[in-house]
Write a protein that binds this ligand. Structure first.
Ligand code: HEM
Ligand SMILES: [Ca+2]
Length: 346
């Protein structure tokens, strides 16, 4: 277990109080990250949520994107202004801070102590969307000792994720209708019958989505072939369905699997638990999962035969949901959209 110096508090040079002195530099880093995350510019692709930092390996492993990801690159300035934090710790901490801004997200554990030279996670852990369930489960098992249930729990992250590279004609394409909220809509919506593509058809790793209709920068929903397959495979279908409308269960399972993910390839024995510096997520999600407007349980392709599908209401409206590109509080994003331009939040 990671060491905790004592049960008493120490006072940091900046006046913050914390259980372990090693955590002191994280207060300034947290403030710096929060200020710049809010601008929505430092983190291309993620806007204000910072979700892409939860697992920065996603993009570097995607063949369309050579080299390090935009999100990791965006952290480089923080590395130079906070030299006492290692790159690996910075990436993990920024992910924990970023996700705390998403309504519904759990407070992630943060252990400090990754040595400077090591990568945050072994390369090639994250599979590609065109991979089979067998290969995805095998890779996640080999690379991180993740069970199939844990893999599904980690995919709650796709509730706050958008794609920049799967379809070359559209950017920031969300995987569920609430890309700024860490909710269970992803588990519901991936089970809906696919009806079309938000951009062009024929992209590797993409299958038909239930909500393909867009409007300008509001590009419509995308479905990854891997999410489709994991939601319907007998090995994972019941775990998948079991998260539908189960916010608390999903959030706790995600938190636990993320704690494991965060220390893959690390000897965490001497890491220091600095979780108390991770912001407590401010907003919870109390709204039950709902079928997007025009959809009902008749559109569900149920693959788990052991449990009945939860009974859920449909959002009102006679036309298909248009998913907003901008979060309602991001005035810069809204202004750019109003002017018809791109705000760089690609
Ligand atoms: C199980 C296999 C997985 C596959 C096949 C997969 C695939 C993908 C793909 C293709 C994208 C879109 C990338 C782009 O076009 O820009 C994506 C985005 C994302 N995924 Fe996954 N993923 C998997 C698991 C995970 C896991 C375990 C996590 C985190 C715990 C995760 C978190 C994310 C995030 C945060 C994004 C958004 C990235 C951004 O906004 O730039 N994914 N994923
Ligand atoms: Ca969501």
């Amino acid at each position: 277990a990671p060491s905790s110096e004592s049960t008493s508090l120490v006072t940091c040079p900046d006046g913050n109080r914390v259980h372990h002195r090693a955590c002191c530099p994280l207060f300034a880093l947290r403030e710096d990250l929060q200020r710049n995350l809010e601008e929505g510019q430092v983190f291309p692709g993620g806007g204000a949520d910072g979700s892409m930092l939860v697992f920065p390996d996603v993009e570097p492993n995607f063949p369309a994107n050579l080299g390090i990801s935009d999100s990791v690159e965006a952290l480089l300035p923080f590395l130079s202004s906070h030299p006492e934090i290692s790159a690996g710790d910075l990436i993990q901490f920024a992910g924990a801070v970023g996700i705390s801004n998403c309504p519904g997200a759990p407070r992630l554990q943060f252990l400090l102590g990754r040595p400077n030279a090591t990568a945050p996670a072994p390369e090639g852990l994250i599979p590609e969307p065109q991979d089979t369930v067998t290969s995805i489960l095998a890779r996640m098992s080999d690379g991180g000792n993740f069970s199939p249930d844990e893999v599904i729990a980690l995919l709650a992250s796709h509730s706050i994720a958008r794609s920049d590279h799967v379809d070359p004609t559209i950017r920031a394409v969300p995987f569920d209708s609430t890309p700024f909220t860490f909710d269970t809509q992803i588990f519901l919506e991936v089970l809906l019958k696919g009806v079309g593509f938000p951009g062009i058809p024929g992209n590797l790793g993409e299958v038909e989505s239930p909500l393909p209709i867009g409007e300008g920068l509001n590009v419509g929903e995308m479905r990854l072939q891997s999410d489709f397959a994991l939601a319907r495979d007998p090995r994972t279908a019941c775990t998948w369905q079991g998260f539908v409308n189960e916010q608390e269960k999903m959030s706790i399972a995600f938190q636990a699997a993320m704690a494991k993910l965060a220390i893959i390839g690390q000897d965490a024995t001497h890491f220091v638990d600095c979780s108390e510096v991770v912001p407590i997520p401010v907003f919870s999600v109390n709204k039950p999962a709902t079928f997007p407007a025009t959809k009902t349980c008749a559109d569900i392709q149920q693959a788990c035969l052991s449990f009945p599908f939860p009974s859920l209401a449909s959002d009102p409206g006679a036309t298909e949901t248009i998913i907003p590109h901008c979060i309602a509080t991001d005035l810069a994003c809204l202004a750019a959209e109003y002017q018809g331009g791109s705000n760089g939040d690609s």
